[in-house]
Write a protein that binds this ligand. Structure first.
Ligand SMILES: C[S@@+](CC[C@H](N)C(=O)[O-])C[C@H]1O[C@@H](n2cnc3c(N)ncnc32)[C@H](O)[C@@H]1O
Length: 226
């Protein structure tokens, strides 16, 4: 990874620590049900296509994508070395060969322009002070007409999340739904859909903000012919 600034280093340290303490798998369990709904909006993927997860954590969506890409490649990038290690271990356990994990940040990752058929990113982009920069990078990485699914739990309409920067000790960028839409459009991405996603409520489970306000999902695409 190119030399990171102090802010990126602080975020990477935080998530290295999470990875060491097993919290990557906790995120897979906690985010998985909503992530799956967002991921499914990127299907079908071409069998020889390419998929990218930005801020992939332990790589669970990369493993999902690999099943749809028998002749393609699923790529995960993350700024935390511990997350990349966990992602490689999980992929090796299930013997996936069409996956690749790189220690890299967006913007800045050295990936080929216009080479991805779908991009997914969950709970990641708001760690950047300028959300427009990774969104513009995603637009550049997508093939014309290809989609990007972005999910965030830290957003203005979810007051339960507003204390997270203090709890984590890292600055985060707070936008509302209209702000996310505007950021997509300013980065040259068309907004195809925006809605809240909710996990299913299991029998006897207590309702939380996840079932009430839910996760903010924005589906965009690089305009065809652009
Ligand atoms: C809250 S975790 C979410 C992990 C996974 N996407 C999930 O939903 O379970 C955020 C991850 O994004 C990574 N991250 C933060 N900013 C990033 C950036 N600009 N580029 C790549 N990865 C980033 C962090 O290291 C961390 O592993």
């Amino acid at each position: 990874m190119e030399r990171a600034d102090a802010h990126t280093e602080a975020v990477a340290r935080c998530f290295d620590d999470w990875a060491r303490r097993g919290r990557a798998e906790g995120m897979e369990r906690g985010h998985g049900p909503v992530a799956r709904q967002a991921f499914d909006r990127l299907l079908p993927l071409p069998a020889d296509g390419r998929y990218l997860d930005v801020g992939c954590g332990n790589g669970y969506t990369v493993r999902w994508a690999a099943e749809h890409l028998p002749r393609g490649e699923a790529v995960g990038i993350d700024i935390a070395a511990g997350m990349i290690e966990r992602a490689r271990e999980h992929a090796a356990t299930v013997e996936l060969e069409n996956v690749r994990f790189e220690l890299a940040r967006l913007p800045g990752a050295e990936l080929p322009s216009a080479s991805f058929d779908a991009v997914f990113t969950m709970e990641c982009l708001y760690y950047e002070a300028d959300i427009g920069a990774p969104l513009a990078a995603i637009r550049d990485l997508l093939k014309p007409g290809a989609p990007v699914a972005c999910v965030v739990d830290y957003y203005a309409e979810n007051p339960e999340s507003h204390g997270w920067p203090d709890e984590l000790g890292v600055p985060m960028t707070l936008l509302d739904a209209a702000g996310w839409r505007a950021a997509f459009e300013a980065a040259g991405l068309e907004v195809v859909d925006q809605q809240r996603l909710h996990p299913p409520l299991a029998a006897g489970q207590e309702r939380t903000w996840k079932h009430e306000v839910g996760s903010l999902f924005t589906l965009g695409r690089r305009p065809p012919g652009s």
